[in-house]
Design a protein around this ligand. Structure first.
Ligand SMILES: O=C(CO)COP(=O)(O)O
Length: 124
């Protein structure tokens, strides 16, 4: 299964912290990770393997949405920063809409991601 990871700048530390709690589990599983460019670079720094697409503002969110539309993703974890402005807000909305269109689990904060991730990894 493939899980997409995206975090706005104000939430990248939260993403790294979240994933570090699942590092062992990730290493011993069939879970593939894909992330937007800068989020992916942060994740790599803690030794977790991840496929990187473009950075979010230059098309990365759209690339992740395309994967979701093609049913390539089991889950999307998107830690949005609700207290900041994003020039690519239309892409952000589009990605979330596509997840809903295709009924793909979408976690937008660590509490939801934790619940969904544990559930997913216990089933597969
Ligand atoms: O902007 C983003 C999501 O909308 C995230 O992109 P980066 O991971 O490249 O910063």
């Amino acid at each position: 299964m493939k899980i997409a990871l995206i975090a706005h700048d104000g939430k990248k530390a939260d993403m790294v912290h979240f994933l570090s709690g699942f590092k062992k589990q990730l290493q011993n599983s069939n879970i593939e990770l894909v992330a937007t460019g800068t989020t992916g670079s942060h994740i790599e720094k803690i030794g977790i393997k991840v496929q990187k697409v473009l950075s979010g503002p230059i098309g990365g969110d759209a690339q992740i949405a395309a994967m979701a539309a093609q049913k390539e993703l089991t889950m999307v974890i998107f830690f949005r920063d609700p207290l900041d402005k994003h020039p690519h807000e239309p892409d952000v909305q589009m990605l979330m809409r596509i997840c809903d269109v295709h009924n793909i689990p979408l976690a937008t904060n660590p509490a939801a991601a934790d619940l969904m991730f544990k559930q997913l990894t216990s089933q597969f």
